[in-house]
Design a protein around this ligand. Structure first.
Ligand code: CTP
Ligand code: MG
Length: 228
């Protein structure tokens, strides 16, 4: 394949507070990462690079083995860094020479449907692609506890992953951000900061990010499971 997906799973999960790296927390009989891998291996064949928390490479490798089936040779593990951006950079360094399109995906978006992964990959051109959802809440501009203004939500969208990019331009954008000492909140922002064009496609409610304990509960309910 000429497409690769980097699954960043190296975060500590501070807001979840489960006492273990978030990607390795169990829900519905698998780890968060295991569910994410099930989605990825149900998509079209691609190189899979999982970025693991330092010291947890072995268990991550076992999760890959449990999901990959005949695609096991396409998948590997690298060790993550102190920030998400550094973890993605570690994944980029592990791409095969033939890769021309790169998707970057949060392991924490454990229930992301395979068709969304395929749709992002198919939409990548010279421009980057992100899945996005309309914002449903009424948004307020605040100053501490004071509500100081309204925000027009029709011009806003909530970004998800996987986010897809042409490989060479993404690598150049990462090199640029590193040299400039910039830290971006997602790959689309980093890509745009280097002058790249980013487009959105329809996201999925199921691609929500497990961030807090209530997100883990939601995932548990969607999996039809109560065994944590
Ligand atoms: N991530 C990573 N390396 C880091 C930080 C984050 O690979 N140094 C990954 C996480 O594992 C996750 C994704 O980036 O899959 C999105 O990050 P987030 O939801 O913020 O996860 P955590 O950083 O683990 O959570 P928290 O911010 O609550 O500590
Ligand atoms: Mg984080």
């Amino acid at each position: 394949p000429t497409t690769a997906i980097i699954i960043v799973a190296a975060g500590s999960g501070t807001r979840l507070g489960a006492g273990a790296p978030k990607a390795l927390v169990h829900v519905g009989g698998r780890t968060v990462l295991g569910h994410a891998l099930d989605g990825v291996f149900a998509a079209a064949p691609m190189q899979v690079v999982v970025v693991a928390p330092a010291g947890h490479e072995g268990v991550v490798d076992a999760e890959i083995a449990a999901s990959a089936g005949e695609r096991r040779p396409l998948a590997g593990v690298v060790t993550g860094g102190a920030t998400r951006q550094r973890s993605v950079a570690a994944g980029l360094a592990a791409l095969g020479a033939q890769i021309t399109t790169v998707l970057v995906h949060d392991a924490a978006r454990a229930l992301t449907p395979a068709p969304l992964i395929d749709a992002v990959a198919a939409a990548v051109s010279d421009a980057g692609v992100i899945p996005a959802l309309a914002v449903v809440d009424t948004l307020k501009q605040v100053d501490g506890d004071d509500v100081v203004g309204v925000v027009d939500r029709s011009v806003l969208a909530a970004a998800q992953t996987p986010q897809g990019f042409p490989r060479a331009a993404l690598e150049a954008a990462y090199a640029r951000a590193k040299a400039a000492g910039e830290e971006h909140t997602d790959d689309a922002a980093l890509f745009a900061a280097a002058g790249g064009v980013v487009r959105s496609i329809a996201g999925s409610e199921r691609a929500f990010k497990i961030t807090t304990p209530s997100d883990l509960e939601r995932a548990c309910m969607l999996l039809g499971s109560t065994n944590g």
